[in-house]
Ligand binder design. Structure first.
Ligand code: FES
Length: 146
């Protein structure tokens, strides 16, 4: 079996929603301290719906494929749904990732959450702080997620 699924290769070669949103309502940037990869996610929100999303990933192919798939999964969806998107769901949508590449999908989950938190903060929207427990070490992931 090939190391990477066709879906991973497709999203790596033709990533969806690449770029930046100049009028983003929320921006989330996360990185993995171990590999040094960085992912930035931009969201546009209207009436609680993520109407547009773009990303920039300086990282490996799995990180690019994960961000691409993650943007597809949350575009047009309510914030609540985007918040509950797990890296596992991203991996499943990609038809799997090799075990040592699972942490790349974690970046996508975290980048989306960071963008939503930024949106909440910028708009003075109240939220339960425990929803974003990873906030303090957002730039230091990778030790526990594999
Ligand atoms: Fe760093 Fe994939 S190796 S995110």
């Amino acid at each position: 079996m090939a190391l990477y699924s066709e879906k991973v290769m497709d999203h790596f070669r033709n990533p969806r929603n690449v770029g930046k949103l100049d009028d983003a309502d929320g921006i989330g940037e996360v990185g993995n301290a171990r590999c040094g990869d960085i992912m930035k996610m931009y969201i546009k929100v209207t009436d609680g719906i993520i109407t547009d999303v773009k990303f920039n990933t300086f990282g490996c192919g799995s990180a690019i494929a994960s961000s691409s798939m993650a943007t597809e999964l949350i575009k047009g969806k309510p914030i609540s749904e985007a918040l509950s998107l797990t890296n596992k769901a991203v991996v499943e949508a990609l038809d799997g990732l090799p075990a040592h590449k699972l942490h790349c999908s974690v970046l996508a989950e975290q980048a989306i959450r960071a963008a939503i938190k930024d949106y909440y903060d910028k708009n003075g929207i109240e939220y339960d702080k425990s929803m974003f427990p990873e906030d303090d070490d957002v730039h230091d992931h990778g030790e526990t997620e594999e």
